[in-house]
Design a protein around this ligand. Structure first.
Ligand code: COA
Length: 198
């Protein structure tokens, strides 16, 4: 099972980060680096990316070889339609085709925040994943990461649980509370309604 290389939404296009490309790694590095101070508050991997070569290795090994090729994770760069500047990235990963489930993670560069692009990207990606037979998608956010919580909420994800003190947050120097947000596919929602009907 796989996902398409290109996903179109109203204002944005998602391009698969499937084939390693140094040019794309440089573009991604530029956005990560210029948004580093903001991103590293919530994304622990950001400080492991110190140059375009670091991003190329991550791209080549984690995103392409490990995940795309194994069919367990699909990462996309987000572009404005018909434009060349990258707005950010979105990935569906931790995919289990047996359980029909996956998890979405994302980031936007400083200049792309506040326009609803991530809401659009999440809706486009989960709709695509549901068409590819996944039935449930989670978004895991730090409870304090309100912008990310709002994206999940706006996209129709329901807060399922909060796991208290589950990981060490190096940035804030405390244990973090992780909020688990879940959305079911229309098919699964219908069958749950039937099960719960009186
Ligand atoms: C999490 C993150 C992607 C959210 O970005 P965002 O810009 O707030 O989310 P969206 O792109 O959906 O935009 C929503 C904002 O745009 C506004 N907006 C403008 N036009 C809009 C439109 N057409 N549709 C929806 N929202 C719109 C909304 O009002 C909202 O702004 P507000 O929060 O000030 O009210 C971003 O903050 C980020 O990259 N954070 C760092 C990395 C991170 O935390 N990743 C997630 C880890 S779990």
């Amino acid at each position: 099972m796989t996902l398409p290389n290109i996903i179109e939404a109203k204002r944005i296009t998602l391009y698969a980060l499937q084939k390693p490309s140094f040019d794309m790694s440089e573009k991604l590095f530029h956005e990560i680096n210029s948004s580093r101070e903001r991103l590293k508050e919530w994304l622990p991997w950001v400080d492991t990316i110190q140059c375009a070569e670091d991003e190329y290795s991550r791209y080549l090994i984690e995103l392409c070889q490990t995940r795309w090729n194994a069919g367990i994770g699909f990462a996309y760069a987000i572009f404005l339609r018909n434009a060349v500047q990258i707005l950010g990235c979105i990935e569906i990963f931790n995919i289990s085709w047996n359980d029909k489930s996956g998890e979405i993670g994302y980031w936007l560069s400083n200049t792309a925040e506040g326009y609803g692009y991530m809401t659009e990207a999440v809706n486009a990606l989960d709709t695509t994943a549901f068409s590819a037979e996944l039935e449930s998608v989670v978004i895991k956010t730090d409870k304090k990461n309100l912008r990310s919580c709002h994206v999940a909420e706006r996209c129709g994800y329901v807060l399922e649980e909060i796991i208290h003190n589950d990981t060490w947050d190096k940035f804030h120097q405390c244990f973090r509370d992780t909020a688990i947000w879940r959305k079911y596919s229309p098919t699964r929602r219908n069958s749950l309604h039937l099960l719960l009907a009186p």
